[in-house]
Write a protein that binds this ligand. Structure first.
Ligand code: SF4
Length: 154
């Protein structure tokens, strides 16, 4: 997939808008409830956050990044080294409250395979509509590419 240019300034501006943050909080709250209703089990203790080694990519939209930035408090965006998410330590996610949608939905649990695809598609459609409603230009980009772009502007 070709990577779009990451509009870093626009992402920081969106992160400052209370209505953006509130809309994403509600979106994630609903997504988390829908996911929890399936009672998926984490089997790999964060191995999937070592994206390159695990053999998959994580893609995010602009609103997910804006929400991530809105909750960074005083923290810097961590440096990406290699192909692992820099928020993964000791088998845990250290950005759990603000992690992107794909992190919330993905489970390698075999019993979780049948619902993930349809729910992802449905929630991505809602996310795209939210970008229009909130007037935030949408992109769909590799998480590590986004983090590197954010990190370069600190
Ligand atoms: S944000 Fe958290 S859950 Fe998502 S890839 Fe990074 S460490 Fe894993």
């Amino acid at each position: 997939m070709n990577q779009p240019d990451i509009p870093v300034d626009a992402l920081y501006q969106a992160a400052k808008r209370p209505e953006v943050v509130a809309a994403m909080r509600a979106f994630y709250g609903d997504a988390d409830r829908r996911i929890a209703a399936h009672s998926p089990t984490c089997w790999n203790r964060g191995a999937c956050c070592r994206l390159g080694e695990y053999g998959h990519r994580l893609y995010v939209t602009a609103l997910e990044v804006a929400y991530y930035l809105a909750h960074r408090r005083q923290e810097q965006v961590p440096t990406v080294t290699g192909e692992s998410c820099p928020h993964a330590h000791d088998g845990q996610c250290h950005a759990r409250e603000r992690r992107p949608l794909g992190c919330r939905i993905f489970y390698c649990d075999p019993a979780a395979q049948h619902w993930q695809g349809p729910l992802t598609e449905e929630l991505l459609r809602r996310l795209r509509r939210l970008h229009d409603e909130l007037n935030v230009p949408c992109f769909y980009a590799d998480w590590l590419v986004v983090l590197r772009a954010l990190q370069q502007r600190q």
